[in-house]
Design a protein around this ligand. Structure first.
Ligand SMILES: C[S@@+](CC[C@H](N)C(=O)[O-])C[C@H]1O[C@@H](n2cnc3c(N)ncnc32)[C@H](O)[C@@H]1O
Length: 382
């Protein structure tokens, strides 16, 4: 596989430098890093991790594409849901986590301005310094008159009133990879065999996880993931938000579907130049790594932190409820209507992103029904 991939000299040097850092940390950790720590270094080590580099990750030149980059219909629909709250309480703010290129912020702010419903401020928490710069540039270029409303925060704020948005944030958080054995679940670890990185495993020793998965009677050899970082992030939102709404959009399933006996290889995948691969040790820092989200775990974390699970639906139903089809209908006479249609189909259709992507809505001190959940609420599946 390695031979088929042509890397630039810069890519090869960066990956080699990251490998050295990983090796040193393995050494300091007496030979083994939990897979989640390895994934964290590979994705987020400052300057060298996948998300830290300035190399293109998004779109045709990168490794993957996300909904805000496919079509503005996504952001305009999200804005419709945000506007529902802002119309009642204009002093509320928007807080976006993991804003990627900044494209969603641009579209949401533009649409909120059109609706005469701008938030008091639009705050962004972004882990990657490179992406933060890119967001600042895009926002300055595309919406200069609104740029002063946007702030970048170094850490999560406390006591906010407003709407928290996280699109494809949780799937980019480090996961523990688990394998079932006759003595219970073991977690994968990453070590160094003298020549290269190697995978091994060790007992997970978590009665909580054993209990969580016991109901599914999973066979020996079954591989899966658990995303403790994502659960901790959702739990932290109890302190972040005093009043308002959280919209989490990501690919994933309810727990029963996530840990289905037939999903015996788990959901973890790597992406390099739009090709999926399953060897995480290859090309450290140059390939994306991701896993689907167990939305039941997120709902339980929300519960623990005092947030209300206010709705759960598919991306298709959320977007349709928020007026995606009306947006298309308004453009039906445009000469490029067919071009507008294709990416929206990708967002909505079950074979595209319509079903596997879900929207989880969490609220605090916000008792009103949500527009995005109006056509179909599947909370009962969680
Ligand atoms: C898959 S990208 C999605 C980007 C964007 N939301 C989109 O849909 O195009 C994941 C983003 O989350 C950021 N990220 C990951 N973990 C984070 C965290 N704990 N806090 C803030 N940003 C984070 C990454 O740097 C990246 O910008």
């Amino acid at each position: 596989m390695h031979n088929e991939i042509s890397l630039t000299a810069t890519e090869a040097a960066r990956s080699a430098a990251l490998l050295t850092e990983i090796k040193e940390e393995i050494h300091r950790a007496e030979g083994q890093l939990g897979f989640d720590r390895f994934m964290e270094l590979a994705l987020y080590l400052p300057e060298l991790g996948y998300y830290a580099s300035t190399a293109e990750k998004f779109g045709p030149e990168g490794d993957f594409i996300t909904a805000p980059l496919l079509t503005p219909v996504f952001g305009v629909s999200v804005a419709a849901q945000v506007a529902e709250l802002l119309a009642q309480q204009p002093e509320m703010r928007v807080l976006e986590y993991g804003a990627g290129t900044g494209q969603l912020a641009v579209v949401v702010l533009t649409e909120l301005e059109r609706l005469d419903c701008l938030p008091a401020g639009y705050d962004i928490v972004e882990r990657s310094a490179g992406l933060r710069l890119r967001q600042q540039q895009l926002i300055r270029e595309q919406i200069p008159a609104l740029a002063e409303r946007v702030n970048w925060l170094d850490e999560s704020p406390r006591g906010c009133r407003g709407v928290v948005i996280a699109n494809e944030l949780l799937d980019a958080m480090p996961v523990k990879r688990l394998v079932n054995s006759s003595t219970g679940f073991r977690e994968q670890v990453v070590g160094w065999n003298g020549d290269e990185l190697m995978m091994a495993d060790r007992p997970l020793g978590s009665p909580e996880v054993e209990r969580r998965l016991a109901a599914f009677e999973l066979p020996v050899g079954y591989q899966t993931e658990i995303n403790c970082s994502a659960e901790a992030w959702v739990e932290s939102l109890g302190e972040v938000l005093d009043e308002g709404l959280v919209l989490i959009v990501d690919y994933g399933y309810s727990r029963a579907e996530y840990y289905h006996p037939q999903r015996d290889q788990g959901t973890f995948l790597c992406y390099f130049r739009h090709r999926a691969a399953d060897d995480p040790l290859r090309l450290p820092g140059l390939q994306d790594m991701t896993a689907h989200v167990d939305f039941t775990a997120m709902a339980e974390a929300a519960d623990r932190s005092g947030l209300t699970v206010a709705g759960f639906t598919t991306q298709a139903n959320f977007l349709i409820s928020c007026g995606a089809l009306e947006q298309l209908a308004d453009r039906v006479a445009d000469a490029d209507y067919v071009d507008l249609l294709a990416p929206v189909k990708q967002l909505l259709l079950p074979g595209g992103m319509g079903e596997v992507f879900k929207v989880l809505a969490l609220t605090k001190n916000y008792p009103l029904p949500l527009r995005g959940m109006a056509t179909r609420d599947i909370r009962h599946t969680l």
